[in-house]
Design a protein around this ligand. Sequence first.
Ligand SMILES: [Fe+2]
Ligand SMILES: [Fe+2]
Length: 468
Amino acid sequence: METEHRHSGTGERGGAWRDDAESGFELSEVLSALSYVLDMIEGQPPGHTLRSCFIGMRIGECLGLGEEDRSALFYALLSKDTGCSSNASRVANLFGADDFAVKKDFKVVDWSRFSERSRYAARNASPDGGPWSKLRHLVSLGAKGQRGARQVVQIRCEQGAGIVRLLGFPEETAQAVYNLDEHWDGAGHPHGLRGEEIPLLARICGLAQTVEVFYTEFGPLQAEEMARTRRKKWFDPNLVDAFLAEARGGRLWKELASPDLLKTISRMEPPDRVQLATPERLDDVAYAFARIIDAKSPFTYKHSDRVASVTTKLADYMGFSQDEVRDQRRAALLHDIGKLGISNRILDKPTRLTDEEFEKIKGHTALTYGILVRVSPFRHLADLAASHHERLDGSGYHRGLSSKDLDTPARILAVADVFDALSSQRPYRSAMPLEKVFSILESDGHLDLEIVEALRLLIQRGEIQANA
Ligand SMILES: [Fe+2]
Ligand SMILES: [Fe+2]
């Protein structure tokens, strides 16, 4: 059985996989490619993170930061939005709206001012609902007030700092991400820190990201004007002065608009501190992004993590090599990364989805492919990760593949995914008992029965736990 599976499995891909993974990518290249996903979750146009990184690093250089600080700042700027999936569900729920739209608008208002905050709430609360629905959400938002806003920011900060630590970056980087939304005048979140109580790197990240949003939304002049207006309010006056000095003459804006921005950014990492995407680091990145994916909806809590664990056990049992198992684990961790592009109004909907909503959900596998194919060391996993809803009889999505196209890793991933989905609670049903899960896995003819059998055996042996 093992030989047969290895032949029908990753034999051909196997060689290419290791070549790719071992060819020494820089970590910043991997995070830059994945930063487009973070932009998407935060409702920002593609490139927001990269442009913020450029602006923040230029401010850091202006201040004469040493290599260690610049390295910590560089990774803080690239990972500043890693916590943003964790409050998406709450934001969608609070506003009764698409979380992407609410978050996008949030970045351009001065929410420390009551009048702007009220207009923002009125604009975003239940935009598609009737007047009663809007009123209900506005009353609820009013009741939660600043405390509610603080909680939403805090969830994001804690998750972001946790992800930064998982990625192996220094505590200065984690603190910069944690304190991203604090304001110089003490009106920020989550703790209302004031002035130099806010870590310097966090102050730089906060200014850089807001400048970027205004630059992209309204243009350079408005970005400069925003910084002047919020000087000593949101931002450290010294940093604003440094930024305005850099912006004077327009060279900063010209470089920011350059098609070579990605290359420019990779050169901003202090040369003696360039971090490489070693295999262990790539495992960390895949695991960290699985955490980001799973945080998007309360109903997918730990899903990617569990699918990866089941996949690893099955792949091991089927006799794949350690390198192949490692790749299959990474694909499993990232298989639902496309869900980060779907609104929580759909993901968390407790009632039946409309046809249009279901089509959007089905779009997540194509999105998974589109995301992974851009990340050099994960490119060879894009096909596998994106095929987890394909079925042996051709009834799956998004490409309608069938048994002749689906190799053993794809079949393992499909079984692991369905197994976890059925044995976990979902918005529209509770978790199923194990006998029922297996009766579905075995009876629908969509999945590889040999793998389902292996799963049953590994559960009996106690090597896989149902929804542990
Ligand atoms: Fe999926
Ligand atoms: Fe899944």
